[in-house]
Ligand binder design. Structure first.
Ligand code: ADE
Length: 217
């Protein structure tokens, strides 16, 4: 992992400041890295509780998450909604997934073509059900869009899309009207590498990220 200065980017995640390490992706790009699987049980519990609170009133019947980093999010959101069963969409074909429903992930940021897979034996868990789709980060929006397509192909209604963080702004265009379904606990910008340092990419910053907070009182 190639780290870059400044060492950390601080982001508010559900009311707590979280320091994310800065990672250089290539000559031009860097990201503030959120590895939810490395952040411990207290973090997983906190984000699960906070996202579940956003969706509870919609009375979802099942939570769907994408492997790998969406797995702890799906488990913790389910737990806090009082749901036992959850459903994971896989990225790599496993033996038992020979006959899976498949959706391409149209991502411009990954070098290899990717896809999301839904085990056909799990379709009954989704058919006619009210579903929340979750992931760790929504960046390009390509993974979330593919997950929503799969879930809808299986006959479910998507009530919402939950994520720990949104990254940049590209996801809004990729998700189109589904962007309105997104519930996030925080947001991060994207970064450009300039003189060996990560600098905030102004084009990735949401207008409301730089807008001063309204003064109360
Ligand atoms: N900043 C980030 N951290 C972890 N996973 C990501 N996927 C896309 N952006 C990410």
């Amino acid at each position: 992992m190639r780290l870059i200065a400044p060492d950390y980017y601080d982001v508010d995640i559900a009311g707590e400041t979280t320091s994310l390490p800065m990672l250089q992706l290539d000559d031009q790009r860097a990201i503030a890295l959120l590895m939810d699987i490395d952040m411990g049980l207290a973090f997983a519990d906190r984000v699960g509780r906070a996202l579940a609170a956003r969706f509870a009133a919609m009375t979802p019947e099942i939570v769907v998450g994408s492997a790998t980093l969406g797995i702890p999010v799906a488990m913790e959101v389910s737990r806090h909604l009082g749901l036992d069963k959850y459903l994971i969409l896989q990225k790599s074909p496993k033996f038992h997934l020979a006959d899976a429903l498949e959706e391409p992930v149209r991502s411009i940021t990954s070098d290899k073509p990717q896809r999301l897979l839904l085990d056909r034996r799990q379709i009954p868990l989704l058919q006619g059900r009210r579903v929340v789709v979750v992931d760790d980060v929504i960046a390009t929006g390509a993974s979330m869009a593919a997950a929503m397509r799969l879930v809808r192909r299986a006959g479910a209604t998507v009530l919402g899309a939950g994520t720990i963080l949104t990254e940049g702004i590209a996801w809004r265009e990729a998700l189109a009207e589904d962007a309105a379904l997104v519930q996030r606990l925080g947001r991060i910008p994207q970064f450009r590498v300039v003189d060996g340092e990560a600098r905030l990419d102004p084009a990735s910053v949401e207008a409301e990220m730089t807008r001063p907070e309204p003064v109360s009182g």
